[in-house]
Design a protein around this ligand. Structure first.
Ligand SMILES: Cc1cc2nc3c(=O)[nH]c(=O)nc-3n(C[C@H](O)[C@H](O)[C@H](O)COP(=O)(O)OP(=O)(O)OC[C@H]3O[C@@H](n4cnc5c(N)ncnc54)[C@H](O)[C@@H]3O)c2cc1C
Length: 398
């Protein structure tokens, strides 16, 4: 297996770098680098810049307006954009729903929704989880009952990321209680402006209302918004999850976090000396860096296999667990490095336009915010406990 980059791939990397240096607004990269919260408009601005270059649909085929990039190009793009502190591409329409519509949507749905995703006309959110259906997703209870040329939807979704910005939600709904639980689920597109849809914010431990509950009370959804066949939604849901789990290792984010940790440990003093010179702290940093290097190599092996046409298997579970453990460890060390300044956490200071003075050095507040916020990494996208169960079964054959 060849893990080195070809001349063409190096040239592609240079193209991406040149594009970023010319087109990534400093206002946005400064915000990302300093851990400030991004607004809906910030995300839309960056999406529009990428779309103008034809680089927004990174995992879409060229004939649908995407890049047609292979796994290695996507990896290079991800490495360069995170290193340059570009905002992440919001995944719900682009990385999740788009591929599902291309594979299972009808012609009218493709023609209507795909260009709107690229042009930023719709902001999608993901309505999979419910209070009793997270790891056990097949337990979805939100119902959709056919009534003429509509479905009547009732129930509740939860943990809906950025649902406060969204005008559309793709949902798993129960259309049948017969047979196996998986056989009664359908995949439905719902306009969030429909009467009976209510979005209620959930404020996370870092003070940000990043996720929401979405409630449905007798919501009338046109039957033409059903994707594929009724009661076949489980197949489409699983297909979407394979796309959700691309770039699961988060190598670029971990590298950016480690670079920031090293900077902070070089500035923070302990007994008059930079913390980075403390052998115990330096050893912890070295260990996480070694883990990261090992994971990055495993990630490259997976990418090389994908570029050679092999479908990713249980390795993505390995990358999910390792990648999130490493990022959380970097967050924990960074919080430790800022020491007592981590305690007076004032969430509002990270909001745009806030005039709340941060306590301590400018990097202290974002360090605490990242520590709190990234508790989520080992839960969403399939919890780490569930991924470990997959590894033990599929790889270790236990
Ligand atoms: C910040 C954040 C954003 C999210 N965004 C979205 C979103 O946009 N849309 C969406 O639909 N969902 C979203 N989710 C939901 C996410 O997918 C679920 O939280 C996740 O699947 C876990 O489900 P749960 O929260 O119901 O926990 P549960 O499934 O109830 O699990 C509780 C605990 O039990 C463990 N556990 C459960 N089953 C097993 C098992 N079989 N073996 C071993 N341990 C087990 C879990 O690991 C966990 O520690 C988000 C979650 C978070 C935290």
């Amino acid at each position: 297996m060849d893990l080195s980059y070809s001349d063409d791939q190096q040239a592609f990397r240079e193209d991406v770098r040149a594009f970023l240096s010319e087109n990534l607004p400093k206002r946005l990269s400064d915000k990302v680098a300093s851990g400030k919260r991004l607004t809906k408009q910030d995300h839309e601005e960056w999406h529009a810049i990428l779309n103008a270059r034809g680089w927004l649909g990174v995992n879409w085929p060229v004939d649908q307006g995407g890049t047609g990039w292979d796994a290695v190009q996507r990896h290079i793009f991800e490495e360069e954009t995170t290193a340059a502190h570009a905002p992440r591409i919001v995944p719900f329409g682009l990385a999740m729903l788009g591929p599902v519509l291309m594979a299972f949507g009808n012609d009218a749905q493709k023609a209507h929704y795909l260009p709107r995703i690229l042009n930023g006309d719709d902001w999608w959110c993901q309505g999979y989880s419910e209070p009793g259906a997270g790891s056990d997703l097949a337990n979805v209870q939100t119902t959709a009952v056919r009534d003429g040329d509509h479905y009547i939807v009732n129930g509740q979704k939860t943990w809906t990321t950025l649902g406060q910005h969204a005008n559309m939600i793709f949902c798993l709904v129960r259309t049948s209680k017969e047979g196996k639980r998986q056989e009664g689920i359908s995949f439905l597109l719902v306009d969030m402006d429909s009467p009976g849809v209510e979005v209620r914010p959930i404020v996370l431990i870092d003070g940000e209302p990043e996720v929401n509950e979405v409630w449905f009370k007798d919501v009338r959804v046109p039957a033409e918004n059903l994707v594929g066949e009724e009661n076949k939604g489980w197949t489409y849901a699983k297909y979407l999850l394979t796309h959700e789990r691309t770039n699961i290792a988060g190598v670029g984010f971990a590298r950016a976090g480690l670079a920031s940790l090293k900077r902070i440990a070089g500035e923070q003093k302990q007994d008059g000396k930079p913390l980075i010179q403390n052998p115990f702290f330096a050893a912890k940093m070295a260990q996480v860096e070694i883990d990261l290097m090992a994971m990055a190599t495993t990630n490259l092996r997976t990418i090389a296999a994908a570029a050679a046409g092999q479908a990713p298997g249980a390795e993505s579970s390995m990358l999910k667990v390792k990648g999130t453990v490493i990022r959380q460890e970097i967050n924990a060390l960074t919080k430790q490095a800022v020491g007592p300044y981590a305690a007076p956490f004032v969430s509002e200071s990270l909001d745009e336009g806030s005039n709340v003075e941060p306590v301590g050095p400018s990097y202290a507040m974002p360090a605490t915010q990242a520590y709190f916020n990234n508790r989520k990494l080992s839960i969403y996208g399939g919890s780490n406990e569930v991924q470990r169960a997959i590894i033990s079964k599929a790889i270790l054959e236990l």
